[in-house]
Design a protein around this ligand. Structure first.
Ligand code: SF4
Length: 289
């Protein structure tokens, strides 16, 4: 059971600590460079259900057919307790967090994420309603909601319905690790046509601003070729031209503790070069982790 792990190893770059469930099943603490502080994560994929097989993902995956619902009553209890804990300031006395600056330990956001793809969660609407309700109670300082997704379940009517509950301050972070079919298939491990991935990003990006999350790695010993990066930047430019509003781009790599025989970390100099190219050609805010 996920909740039995005290600290879950993380799968992407930029996170200063692991997922800290502290005995809970659905809600974990996460210190993240991407959010410059403490987040609460909600695990919408307890079974690890995901329809991608990213070459850098360290979480054992099961088929998307094995998706399981979230116990929303349990989630509400865990979320309330975790929010109370953060609001009380006790988190600064936790041994695993005491070495971090105090300003990192106030709550930045609540993330819909987890061990697999959150938009595949069968009761996504109920989860979202639970989070929005906790925020509407007004017992805690305002926190934004962030959905971290590969986009594959975004077309589901219940996900579309749930996203109507997002305010302008909330964010959707969408995965885009490639600029061509072959690069996408190599990174994601699936044969979904790349144009479908871009269409999903475009569709949402026309409705609300999105944050693009891109992970680049050295795969089988080779860093991404210059042409691949150019194609990736060109895709972002086309999305913009066609009406997607890109609020920010996150550029990151595999961290060394989740490196595999296939995927290893890219040096900061290469990540910074990619970030500069995106900034120059798109004129959007880019952060490197
Ligand atoms: S989409 Fe996310 S959870 Fe799914 S395989 Fe890729 S990194 Fe892992």
């Amino acid at each position: 059971m996920k909740g039995s792990r005290r600290v879950r190893a993380i799968r992407v770059a930029g996170r200063a600590a692991g997922r800290d469930y502290q005995g809970r099943s659905w809600v974990y603490f996460l210190l993240s460079a991407q959010t410059r502080g403490l987040s609460l994560g909600v695990n919408l994929s307890p079974s690890g259900a995901c329809d991608y097989r990213c070459c850098y993902c360290d979480i054992p995956k099961v088929s998307a057919l094995h998706r399981a619902p979230v116990d929303v009553q349990g989630l509400a209890l865990e979320l309330g307790a975790a929010l109370d804990f953060v609001a009380s300031g006790q988190v600064v006395h936790e041994p695993s967090y005491s070495r971090f600056p105090k300003e990192w330990l106030s709550l930045r956001q609540v993330m819909l994420s987890g061990e697999g793809e959150p938009t595949l969660c069968p009761n996504f609407v109920e989860v979202m309603e639970t989070l929005v309700h906790a925020r509407a109670l007004g017992r805690y300082p305002f926190f934004k909601l962030v959905l971290e997704t590969n986009g594959s379940g975004l077309q589901r009517p219940e996900v579309q319905q749930a996203l109507e509950l997002f305010t302008a301050q909330d964010e959707v972070w969408m995965k885009l690790d490639a600029g061509t079919d072959s690069q996408f298939h190599g990174m994601s491990g699936v044969d979904t046509p790349f144009r479908e991935v871009l269409a999903r990003i475009l569709e949402l990006g026309r409705r609300r601003p999105i944050v693009i999350q891109s992970l680049f790695a050295s795969v089988d010993g080779s860093p991404p070729a210059r042409g691949e990066i150019q194609n990736y930047v060109r895709c972002l430019g086309l999305l913009q031209e066609q009406g997607a509003v890109i609020q920010r781009v996150h550029i990151q790599s595999v961290m060394n503790w989740v490196e595999s025989s296939r995927c290893t970390h890219l040096p900061l100099a290469i990540l910074s070069e990619i970030a500069c190219q995106v900034r120059r050609e798109l004129g959007v805010e880019v952060e490197v982790f």
